[in-house]
Design a protein around this ligand. Structure first.
Ligand code: SAM
Length: 232
């Protein structure tokens, strides 16, 4: 799956890659390995995750930032925004992307972790999620490619616990009983940023125009934002 994501990003070329909700930064690190000229910005609402990501690759900077509140990144500074199993803010992704930039989104398909969800009574996937994704991107992005990837994985009990902890069931404290055979079933979609936002005059939809204009590229002084560099 990491290779699929790295290929998807490399296919659209990239100078600055932002990974929103990057977690440990493993996807962004693979992307940077695949594109030797690229640099990355990992963002995550979890300070612990942002600290982990800061050490994931030498060409990566990491920020603790809430995607819902808007990324502390200058308008048009990114060539690619990557979002793997993490919250999306389409209007803000549109804002931080340069004209012609791309958004790469990885989401679970209906069979993703089906047996694990059944065995542990985990939350079901939202059956309308694809419709909601498309609706949220309409007027901002156009679909360029869509690839589905499925394969089985033999997971240890520890890996099963990690998978549960990474999902929306993390707070349920579900006890793990042993190893499991998991089905990975995901879709990787690549979108191109449209030249103008939904209203056709360049103003950002769902956001007040100019709201982000005074933000710095990386602004540790912004409330809730921590600048982290490898080695700290
Ligand atoms: C399922 S994990 C995916 C992590 C990473 N993209 C990966 O696939 O390995 C979801 C990530 O989104 C982060 N997250 C959740 N809500 C967020 C928000 N509002 N803003 C930024 N990150 C968020 C979590 O801290 C977590 O690291």
């Amino acid at each position: 799956m990491i290779a699929l994501v790295a290929r998807a990003v490399a296919a659209v070329g990239a100078g600055v890659v932002v990974d929103a909700g990057a977690g440990t930064g493993q996807y962004l690190a693979a992307v940077l390995d695949a594109i030797p000229t690229a640099v990355g910005i990992a963002t995550d609402v979890s300070v612990a995750a942002a600290k982990r990501a800061a050490n994931a690759h030498p060409r990566l900077a990491s920020l603790a930032a809430d995607t819902w509140k808007g990324l502390p990144i200058t308008d048009g500074a990114a060539d690619v925004v990557l979002c793997v199993f993490a919250p999306r803010n389409p209007a803000d992704f549109f804002r931080v992307l340069a004209p012609g930039g791309h958004l790469v989104v990885v989401t679970p398909e209906p069979d993703h972790l089906r047996s694990l969800r059944a065995a542990y009574g985990l939350l079901d996937l939202d059956p309308d999620k694809d419709t909601r994704l498309e609706q949220s991107l309409t007027g901002l992005f156009e679909l360029v490619s869509s690839d589905r990837l499925t394969w089985p994985v033999e997971a240890t009990a520890e890996q099963v616990a990690d998978v549960i902890a990474m999902g929306p069931n993390a707070f349920h404290g579900t006890p793990v009983t042993g190893p499991e055979r998991l089905e990975i079933d995901v879709r990787c979609r690549t979108y191109r940023r449209l030249e103008h936002g939904a209203n056709g005059d360049g103003d950002l939809p769902q956001r007040e125009a100019g709201k982000h204009e005074s933000r710095a590229d990386v602004d540790p002084a912004s409330p809730g934002v921590v600048e982290l560099r490898p080695g700290r």
